[in-house]
Write a protein that binds this ligand. Structure first.
Ligand code: PEP
Ligand code: MG
Length: 325
């Protein structure tokens, strides 16, 4: 199987019906960089920047971060890297930050909420990204945006730093994309103006699923209880996809489910054109996508819904075992 995936490395993830799905990788450590070349990823759809903060015992300096981010961009060789700004909160405590004792840290003071309330680290991180880009295209995305104004404020921080860099005589990116992760159901219902202002949206399926089902992703007893292929969840994703399509907002999906072949198939059938996953999943997902017709997968999902099934999984498994080779 490994050899077969290797032979697919330079081939596109084009389905039998002729739709090409962009397969990007999730990363966060320097050790992930060799996978950029090895996996055949189209880019980095999610670079989790908090890992660089978590492996240290003191706050990294701007110049140090800029050096790391530049190495990531070098390794990407012009392919797009979506740098996600810090997603820390009281579940991912930095050893050098005062811990917050919160009853529900996943729903607490985390991610962009911290970044907007105490913007020092966010601004330093944005400066480091701008320095690292050194005029190259730059993609920044914000985690855990729950309402439009949070995105507007976060975006304003980036634009302010760009302005500052320029006034200091530094080159700034010629192409700058600023996007949001959709990880809370509320953002799916944001005003049209949000969808028009953001350069792209990336669905953080891990968090979105946990909040959609109210099932803690860290809790062993409930984390696998609800299926991503649950038809209510798929229906919700369809609404997000439809809103993005009608407003022309590029949409991708970067939760762990994107790296599971059956889930990836369903996401592609619903209309997602870009998926981001761990590098080892790219081969298996591509291999399956290249063998299927998305209209057939859509029909299977529709039939499961008409039958009143909770999840499309049994029907999809049945389809895969009998209708493709
Ligand atoms: C997600 O929530 O799906 C996501 C990609 O972010 P993380 O797993 O880092 O919370
Ligand atoms: Mg998340």
């Amino acid at each position: 199987a490994q050899a077969r995936y290797a032979s697919l490395r330079d081939l596109p993830a084009t389905t039998k019906c002729g739709t090409t799905i962009g397969l990007h990788m999730n990363a966060g450590l320097m050790a992930d960089l060799p996978s950029l070349a090895g996996s055949g990823a189209d880019g980095v759809g999610l670079f989790r920047t908090e890992l660089q903060f978590l492996v240290r015992n003191k706050m990294p300096r701007r110049a140090e971060l800029a050096g790391l981010y530049a190495r990531v961009m070098d390794a990407a060789q012009g392919r797009r890297v979506a740098f996600r700004t810090l997603d820390i909160g009281s579940d991912k405590v930095l050893p050098y930050m005062k811990p917050n004792d919160e009853p529900n840290p996943a729903m607490g003071w985390r991610a962009i909420r911290v970044g907007l309330d105490k913007p020092g680290v966010l601004r330093m991180q944005i400066q480091a990204l701008l320095r690292a880009s050194d005029g190259r295209p730059l993609t920044v995305m914000f985690p855990f945006i729950s309402e439009f104004s949070e995105f507007q404020q976060a975006r304003a921080h980036v634009l302010r730093e760009v302005h500052r860099e320029r006034s200091l005589g530094h080159v700034v990116p010629d192409q700058l994309e600023i996007g949001a992760m959709l990880e809370t159901p509320s953002l799916a219902f944001a005003p049209q103006a949000f969808f028009e202002l953001t350069d792209f949206i990336s669905i953080g399926g891990n968090d979105l699923k946990q909040f959609f089902f109210a099932a803690d992703r860290e809790n062993e007893r409930v984390r696998r209880r609800y299926d991503m292929l649950n038809l209510s969840f798929l229906g919700f994703l369809e609404q997000i996809i439809a809103r993005c399509a009608s407003y022309g907002t590029p949409l991708s999906f970067c939760g762990e489910d994107a790296g599971r072949p059956v889930e990836a198939l369903a996401l592609a059938a619903l209309g997602l054109k870009t998926l981001s996953m761990r590098p080892a999943s790219i081969g298996p997902v591509k291999s399956l996508l290249r063998r299927i017709d998305l209209a057939q997968v859509r029909a299977v999902i529709e039939q499961a819904r008409a039958d009143g099934d909770d999840s499309a999984r049994p029907a999809l498994m049945e389809f895969l075992s009998t209708r493709i080779d």
